[in-house]
Design a protein around this ligand. Structure first.
Ligand code: URA
Length: 422
């Protein structure tokens, strides 16, 4: 019997290296046993030495995509036998050419699919709870009790959902984001104590490879999601256009599901992309001031964008805003539709051309259509106005003041309309 020791519960690097080596060498699953290191010292040692090297370093193991997905989720299942079950399936696919599309009743396949599905369901719960807990800005540490080894796999989600620092403690792992870097430590249920052995930075030592859980939402899921929190959680893994790759994170809408007014902008800017919140940069400051002057508070409205990722180009070391392409506006339409369905605002304020076109589905000239309240369908009225960043770009101070006053007037119309409903 050959024993393979993994450095930690989701040590993808060692598991993958060992599985590849033994599967290509034709080593049967019953001759291997898998376990996790029992101490930090053993883990470090395992990680440095690693499992046996492949005889032929150029040999490649081709696995079906769905098996790779099951492995990434299955490795996080709370069962010691998962390493063996996953290897057994890899071995059978490689040696017996087991066809996964027709073998769904095969006991090995069923076991692995069950692991993967349970982890997926637990991940969805964990993400929602994370979003709920840290929605309170005063909350900095969360003692979580997940039933799967899913903390590491959700690091990217957690960093995207809240850019500000947070810390998670579970029985098997501690994880913290200090706003710049990600750190892992031993499990601890004592939120205030340092984890045993201290913190290790992600990307260093044994924290180089773990399964990253990406739950790409499809249109049907988005159309049927029952709460704004769940919708925001799903949006973090959106891949519907190419903007997710260069952007830091999805910047989802913000505000109460009970808001009567929904304000729609174009796309997050540089500061929004970093903070993970819409309208927090210069345009957001103009908007907030204008809302207040019109008698509306930001907390009483829902604020979102037609496109949820920042599109930019690098110039002289700075990220400069670029107008989103039609492809992204269209791809993001499902999120805006879903926000609308869940909020059912009485009035939707379209700030700028991108927002107006995304809601009206036709070319729009702001100067021709602004300041009127008109039926928008689905029980909402609409109002078109300028985008606050247009006010920032005006060259003369006199123009700025005049246009700002018109913007405040438009928001005043919103206030009068909402008051008339009461
Ligand atoms: N401009 C927008 O349209 N949205 C933001 O969130 C910030 C700037």
């Amino acid at each position: 019997m050959t024993e393979i020791v993994l450095a930690h519960q989701v040590d993808l690097k060692t598991w993958r290296k060992a599985a590849r080596h033994y599967a290509l060498a034709g080593v049967p699953p019953e001759t291997l046993s898998w376990r996790v290191a029992q101490s930090v010292a053993e883990a470090q040692q395992v990680f440095q030495s690693g499992p046996a090297e492949q005889k032929d370093p150029n040999a490649v193991l081709h696995l079906p995509r769905r098996l790779v997905e099951w492995i990434l989720l299955g490795l996080q299942a709370p069962h010691p036998e998962r390493f063996d079950a996953l290897y057994r399936l890899v071995f059978r696919v490689v040696r017996d050419h087991l066809d996964l599309t027709t073998a769904l009743e095969d006991p090995d396949v069923r076991a692995v699919v069950e692991f993967a599905e349970a982890v997926k369901a637990e991940t969805e719960r964990f993400r929602l709870e994370f979003a709920r807990i840290f929605a309170d800005p005063a909350q900095t540490v969360w003692s979580a009790t997940p039933t799967a080894y899913l903390v590491e796999g959700n690091a990217a989600y957690c960093m995207a959902r809240y850019a500000r620092p947070w810390e998670i403690r579970t029985h098997y792992r501690s994880m913290k984001w200090d706003g710049k870097a990600l750190w892992f430590g031993a499990g601890s249920t004592e939120p205030m104590a340092e984890p045993q052995g201290g913190w290790q930075q992600a990307g260093q030592g044994m924290w180089q490879d773990w399964p990253r859980t990406v739950l790409v939402p499809d249109a049907v899921e988005v159309e049927t999601t029952a709460s704004l929190d769940a919708l925001g959680a799903e949006a973090m893994d959106c891949r519907s256009c190419t903007l997710w790759r260069p952007a830091s994170r999805t910047v989802f809408g913000e505000g109460s599901a009970a808001a009567r007014v929904m304000l729609v902008g174009e796309q997050p800017g540089d500061q929004e992309d970093q903070a993970g919140r819409p309208f927090v940069g210069p345009a957001g400051q103009v908007l907030e001031r204008a809302l207040e002057e019109a008698g509306l508070s930001r907390s009483s409205v829902y604020v979102t964008n037609a496109v949820k990722h920042f599109r930019f180009t690098w110039r002289n070391g700075r990220r400069l805003h670029q107008k989103p392409e039609q492809e992204s506006v269209q791809a993001c339409q499902m999120w805006l539709d879903a926000e609308r369905r869940l909020i059912q605002p009485a009035l939707i304020v379209m700030m700028g051309v991108t927002a107006a076109q995304s809601l009206l589905h036709r070319p729009v000239t702001i100067s021709r259509e602004r300041s009127r309240i008109f039926p928008l369908g689905e029980g909402s009225q609409g109002l078109v106005t300028v985008h606050p960043s247009y006010l920032l770009r005006l060259p003369s101070e006199a123009d700025k003041q005049r246009e700002y006053a018109r913007f405040v007037e438009d928001l005043g119309r919103v206030k009068t309309f909402i008051d008339s409903l009461a």
